[in-house]
Design a protein around this ligand. Structure first.
Ligand code: PMV
Length: 324
């Protein structure tokens, strides 16, 4: 038995129609479908190497060894890859993010997408896009969407097999840009795994899920037709609906800070004044302000002038996970 190694990169993604809550927590089958855009330049780079001499799996993130829950979650994906490939070796996983983790920029999405690709390849498997998306999903639901390229829809499916993400348009289809206003670089207090488990404690979750097909159809069509006004209204509406569920869960989750809300007001004023910009927020305080490429400089400048915004990350639509 010799060492088997593979390296991959996968982009983070921003959800336009959000995934919140599971119908099966163990398999991470979502309560509703979701739509996102991969974020070019915000990525995780991961090397997996299965080594005959390793007594345990090892995880190194941004140069620091990680044990406990973080390692258990990684080992779960490695176990699935080992089982599929029929190998027993432990692995060393070295992973680097080029953006702050745990602050609503979905580091788990890029991390588990990169891990699914590198671990399956290193184990000797040649998985297709759907199989990779399914494997990534088991680590983090949103990671299933960082496997395909560009604008991506994660379909609910009927079970494990068809609950996968597919590309609905390539990155070059529409020059959208995400200007991420950083209002807090702190690690969020409640991670999304715990958060999903609380979703159904909110009386609003059933209404949110029942209405999901309507929102998915509006968002998908707005993307395909490049209709910014329709797109802006539906993504803000969907983000507000998810945060309403979060805030009304037991115990309640409040990810927003005062600067988050200040950005919402500004973005709506800018849009009313003719600047195409729309907000959406994942499980954190930072605000993703989506605009068109020709307005990205202006949006970034205005965001930087707001008190409470400490930095702005800018990303266009990115490609799918790939081996390097
Ligand atoms: O993939 P998870 O378990 O980290 O959940 C992601 C949840 C949100 O980012 C809030 C929404 C989404 O669809 O990405």
């Amino acid at each position: 038995m010799s060492t088997k190694t593979a390296t991959s990169v996968a982009c983070a993604n921003i959800a336009f129609i959000k995934y919140w809550g599971n119908r099966d927590n163990a398999l991470r089958l979502p309560s509703n479908g979701s739509i996102s855009m991969n974020l070019d330049g915000l990525f995780t780079h991961t090397t997996v190497s299965f080594q005959p001499s390793l007594p345990f799996d090892e995880l190194i993130i941004n140069g620091h060894e990680v044990a406990g829950k973080g390692l258990t979650r990684i080992s779960h994906i490695l176990d699935l890859a080992r089982e599929m490939a029929g190998i027993k070796m432990n692995a060393e996983v070295m992973s680097e993010n080029n953006f702050p983790s745990g602050a609503g920029i979905a580091s788990s999405a890029s991390a588990f997408a990169a891990l699914a690709l590198a671990s399956s390849k290193a184990a000797g498997l040649d998985l297709n896009e759907a199989e990779l998306s399914r494997l990534a999903r088991r680590g983090s639901g949103s990671a299933s969407r960082s496997i395909p390229s560009g604008f991506v829809e994660w379909q609910m499916g009927t079970g494990d097999n068809d609950c996968v993400a597919v590309s609905i348009a390539p990155p070059e289809h529409w020059a959208l840009v995400d200007c991420v206003a950083i209002v807090s670089a702190q690690h969020k207090k409640t991670g999304s795994t715990e958060g999903h488990a609380l979703a159904w404690t909110s009386p609003l979750q059933a209404a949110r899920v029942a209405d999901a097909t309507r929102r998915l159809d509006i968002c998908r069509n707005a993307i395909l037709q490049k209709d910014f006004e329709v797109f802006a209204n539906i993504i803000e509406h969907d983000s507000d609906m998810m945060h309403s569920v979060m805030m009304t869960s037991t115990p309640p989750l409040m990810y927003w800070q005062s600067a988050t809300i200040e950005v919402f007001h500004q973005v709506r004023e800018w849009r009313a004044g003719g600047l195409p910009a729309a907000y959406t927020v994942d499980a954190g305080a930072n605000v993703h302000v989506i605009t068109l490429k020709e307005y990205a400089g202006e949006v970034e400048k205005r965001l930087r002038e707001l008190p409470g915004v400490s930095n702005v990350l800018v990303a266009g639509a990115g490609g799918g996970a790939k081996l390097v």
